[in-house]
Design a protein around this ligand. Structure first.
Ligand code: UD1
Ligand code: MG
Length: 450
């Protein structure tokens, strides 16, 4: 059987679950309790898509982040309870503890992850308070990911990617990306943090994305745990191979087989279970009609949490598959993000007070667009991605729909209310995850030999 090493004990996982229940209760209780204090500190925003203009406490993602990070810190001794127990036993023996190795490596994985989460929280909160410019905030998550990359390097983390069968005659079985793989991982942290922030502006949008991705990561992690029942065989029959993700290091050909693999996914669970808990707690208050706004803090800390587990537990490529709606929204947004098309301060859909429905919002061209912009928007409009208003006589573009996935849903599915739109967004996220699992475990067998 492919159990190569003894499997680490799981009690810490139950503790993590207990901590998460506590995290859920804490966020449920603290968020409304500190709302007035946030408003007093001028951390408030007007809900753009409501008739009621009472300020709503903003950047309350700070509460979720604080609960999350503090509980992760409190959990450290539990995560290492196995090693602590081994130490205690070894002291009783004549040879003493000198022969026992403490898993310093795993401790550095854990601590560097906390460091990155703290930087993300700090950056998000500063952004909420000072509205940092895009060119300043893009590089910060890259710097925040250096501790993660260093730890990855220290463990001689794999930098190979498995080449799909049809391309092997050119590249061979494996391609070693070397330093490029590190560039990719650091960009992942910037992408994960910012992509939630630009898919925002309707009640529940930011937190529901994080919640569904966290649940998908958990589901993926559970596939790697040593379950008493062997339900992984069907996965194997689907052509699943553990070594597709890890680039051929494991040849067990099964989801399990290595203590290291189990430990990595346990680590990911320790970070994802409390994240799900704080997201549910936050979502309760952020659900339509919102009594609390996440602010950039929530977007940054949740995004960084995904980058952390993806890198530290070595499944960054699978992780990226869970970001399909965010990748689509980012690609769609590129003309506005990179200055081809004017980008207003808010790109949220337009609210119609009379019908209570949302419509796609528009960006205005104050001066005629360049040839390149006209070409790009023309192509996007042909593909059904945006809608243009042209000058009746000379055909120059006067207006275009703001290029976001939310406006695109409204364009394709027609006007709807805010609650329905967030539900559509959540469905697309779930559909993205289902597709991700199919690609990862179903199609991998077709593209890679099983
Ligand atoms: C990003 C988006 C911007 C979008 C904004 C909404 C880009 C490049 N930027 O900017 O287009 O309008 O997020 O969050 O895509 N708000 C609501 N309802 C909500 C959540 C937020 O009305 O459910 C409004 C509130 O006025 C709140 C404000 O959005 O105060 C927060 O905006 P902020 O997070 O500061 O905007 P950015 O992240 O800079
Ligand atoms: Mg924001």
């Amino acid at each position: 059987r492919p159990f190569l090493d003894p499997i680490p004990p799981l009690p810490a996982l139950y503790t993590s679950f207990g901590f998460s229940v506590f995290a859920l209760l804490a966020t449920l209780y603290i968020i409304p309790a500190v709302g007035p204090a946030f408003i007093k500190a001028n951390l408030k925003g007007i809900d753009l898509l409501k008739t009621d203009k009472t300020p709503v406490p903003e950047s309350q993602g700070l509460v979720a982040a604080a609960v999350y990070i503090l509980l992760l810190i409190l959990f450290i001794p539990f995560a290492f309870s196995d090693s602590i127990a081994t130490f205690a036993n070894a002291k009783k023996k004549p040879e003493g503890i000198s022969v026992i190795e403490f898993p310093h490596y795993q401790l550095s994985v854990y601590l560097s992850s906390l460091l990155s989460l703290l930087i993300a929280t700090m950056l998000g909160f500063l952004d909420d308070v000072f509205d940092i410019r895009w060119r300043h905030k893009i590089p910060i998550p890259i710097i925040a990911s250096i501790p993660l990359l260093m730890v990855y390097y220290a463990e001689r983390g794999n930098t190979d990617v498995v080449v799909p069968i049809p391309l092997r005659f050119i590249f061979g079985n494996l391609v070693n990306l070397g330093p490029l793989y590190y560039v990719y991982m650091s960009l992942l942290s910037t992408f994960a943090t910012n992509s939630f922030n630009i898919l925002a502006g309707i009640n529940g949008a930011e937190v529901s994305q994080a919640l569904i991705i966290a649940l998908s990561v958990i589901l993926n992690d559970l596939l790697y745990l040593p379950w008493p029942l062997d339900f992984r065989i069907p996965l194997h029959l689907l052509g699943y191979r553990a070594d597709v993700e890890v680039g051929g290091v494991y040849s067990a050909g099964m989801a399990y087989g290595s203590r290291e693999l189990v430990e990595r996914h346990l680590f990911s669970l320790y970070f994802m279970l409390p994240l799900v808990a704080v997201c549910i707690g936050f979502m309760y208050h952020n659900w339509y009609p919102a009594r609390a706004f996440p602010g950039d803090t929530l977007c940054y800390v949740t995004g960084m949490a995904f980058a952390v587990v993806g890198i530290q537990a070595h499944f960054s490529k699978t992780l990226l598959l869970f970001f399909i709606p965010q990748i689509f929204n980012f690609l769609l947004s590129c003309p506005q993000l990179f200055g081809l098309v004017p980008c207003p301060r808010h790109r949220v859909p337009r609210f119609d007070h009379n019908t209570n429905l949302l419509h796609p919002s528009k960006t205005l061209f104050l001066k005629p667009p360049s040839q390149l912009t006209t070409f790009v928007l023309g192509t996007m409009s042909t593909l059904g991605l945006t809608e243009l208003t042209r000058h009746p006589t000379n055909g120059t573009i006067l207006e275009a729909n703001n290029l976001t996935i939310l406006n695109w849903f409204l364009l394709r599915l027609g006007p709807m209310n805010e609650k329905r739109l967030v539900q559509v967004l959540m469905c697309s996220q779930v559909a993205g995850s289902l597709l991700a699992f199919t690609v990862r475990y179903g199609l991998a067998g077709l593209v890679y030999d099983g």
